[in-house]
Design a protein around this ligand. Sequence first.
Ligand SMILES: C[S@@+](CC[C@H](N)C(=O)[O-])C[C@H]1O[C@@H](n2cnc3c(N)ncnc32)[C@H](O)[C@@H]1O
Length: 408
Amino acid sequence: MSAPLPRLRPPHWRAAVAVLARTLEAREPADAVLQHWFREHREMGGRDRANVSALVYGALRDAMRLQRLAGNDAALLLAIHVRRTGRLDRHALAALADEPLAMAAERACEAAPEPTAAEHANVPEAIWSAWQAQYGDDAVALAAALNHEAPVDVRVNTLKATREAVLAAFAQAGIDAAPTPLSPWGLRLARRVALPTLAAYRDGWLEPQDEGSQMLAHFVDARPGERVADFCAGAGGKTLALGATMANDGELWALDIAAKRLAKLGPRAQRAGLDIVQACSLPDPDWLAAHAGQFDAVLVDAPCSATGTWRRNPELRLRPVDFEALAQVQGQILAQAAPLLRPGGRLIYATCSLMSVENDAVVEHFLADHPQFFEGGGDASRLRLRPDRHGTDGFFAARLQRALHGDT
Ligand SMILES: C[S@@+](CC[C@H](N)C(=O)[O-])C[C@H]1O[C@@H](n2cnc3c(N)ncnc32)[C@H](O)[C@@H]1O
């Protein structure tokens, strides 16, 4: 069990209000805003940080209901949160913040209307309706699971180590860890750890990666000697996992439109002992034309609403999303990537979204427009991971195949 949090003091309160205000208004991830605040306030120790983080994340995990009562007024929102959860009584809140705020929170709590089902679930109304149609009664459990903190998972880099060796290194550093239930390369840590302090991390034995993300790499089934492209590689989290399943043998391309993100892959690949990775910044029509029809497997880990990652980024639920526009972009990216496949090659479409409009619907449209691609293998050709069922972030993937004959 983690140690109880110390008493809330004014610096904790000020920090939490400032971080929450920035998260609500500036549209930055809470995690990044918190890290920035702690860098600027080095006098705050580990337990102070835990206290501030608990306040911020606690409020974000009840954000839908709190926002109806407080709008984007971060101080009032936090004040209602600590009153509702019973963390502070009215007098303690007045002493910590001020009397008018404590009174405003009291009034808001007393006049609070019954929360709607969507507010209760802490899900925007439009997404809640979609999930009820999609998941039925499971929507409640799904939303509840998304309101919990994600576990700390790492992927053992099989190019350099085994699970047993990493477990032994963790044990030596006094870190409790156990194998993840689904991923053959995963370890789940009992607590958050500053990984760069560990020699095993610095030596490339492991990478932080959610078990669901590891399972997605597993689903791609990239094999030694193959030519594989990771079309939306970002900073290369999945590229590294693909390189490990390829046993550092073959050709692995990382592509993305975000050159800055892609640039982070080089040092990571080097640390992982992976030298088959090459990068290409998109758009690059010449590269695409020169490599058409050459790949055994192409992964399209498309930009999405990231509804499956709300455990890690609870503030994402506050951001409006145009799902139709997203689905259109996802379809366009898939269509751009498809010509890279050789006849018989595998095209894997993936998102960390829990919305069928970004998942199954995009695949159905693509298949309807691209008769040279088909889906074999029934249910086994689609991967669906959910935090309530699998304990992972939410992921979707579909494995499509290019026919052996005909044009794309
Ligand atoms: C879900 S993220 C990928 C995460 C990454 N695969 C990982 O495992 O860390 C989606 C990525 O798609 C990229 N992207 C957006 N539009 C794109 C496009 N038209 N072509 C290629 N990549 C694109 C974004 O820059 C972003 O890095």
